[in-house]
Write a protein that binds this ligand. Sequence first.
Ligand SMILES: N[C@@H](CCC(=O)N[C@@H](CS)C(=O)NCC(=O)O)C(=O)O
Length: 248
Amino acid sequence: MTQSDNNVLYYNPGSVFSNVGVLLLCQKGVQDQFELRPIQMGVDNISPWYIKLNPKGQVPTLVHHGKPIPDTLAIANYLDEQFKPSIFAANEKQVVALIERWRQVRVLSLLSGKKTPSQDVSQMATTLENSRHQVEEYAKSNPELAEAYKIRLDVHDDRSKILIDHNTYLAHKQGLAKLLDETEKALSDNHGKLLPDRDQSAADAYAVGILHWLKSKLDKDILKSRPLTERYYQEQAGSSSFINAFKK
Ligand SMILES: N[C@@H](CCC(=O)N[C@@H](CS)C(=O)NCC(=O)O)C(=O)O
């Protein structure tokens, strides 16, 4: 590990949870202390060096002083511990519950899932099979990472279902509509905030990061019939942390 590997955010600029990771760093104002290093998905994220950092083989992973912190919620908690003041409250029950609601949105399904029962997904299924085989090969040739690769295989299988199962697509589509309706109601009840007793929390990074992704990649009018959520999004998108994260 070189000196420059000590403080890094491994990410993929197109991925929604990478958006959230970058936004968390910018909300903390510590983005300049980390190198944002893109990795090649399908290649780097299943390679032994990355699986050692993040057994799920997902992005983002934060590395701070050489210590890997996989998973955005763990990153939010870690940043609050390391850099004061604490602003995320990512260990508070109501904040975690709301974050988990937003994390159930699987944008991959909405964008690339099986949208109609007759859609031909055979090419996708072949690509996924090949990738699964590659993971199994890595597991065989790196026995010390057997446990980690088991975790990756579970993530891989879950991801495959999201991409090739039509009912899973429908469930995620309905789930998103329900979450957006709940958000509209919460903003109405809480005077424009996501939560009753908190002006700001890590949940905002998830909501705005995911909304940004949905608006830019799936449907720019997704909030058309949800004016309070649109206003909330616009306010958040005007903040300096959002501009630093996405508009530079
Ligand atoms: N729970 C994780 C989710 C991370 C995640 O789902 N990352 C996706 C991209 S948005 C990923 O790396 N997918 C690639 C793969 O699994 O092959 C977090 O919050 O960090």
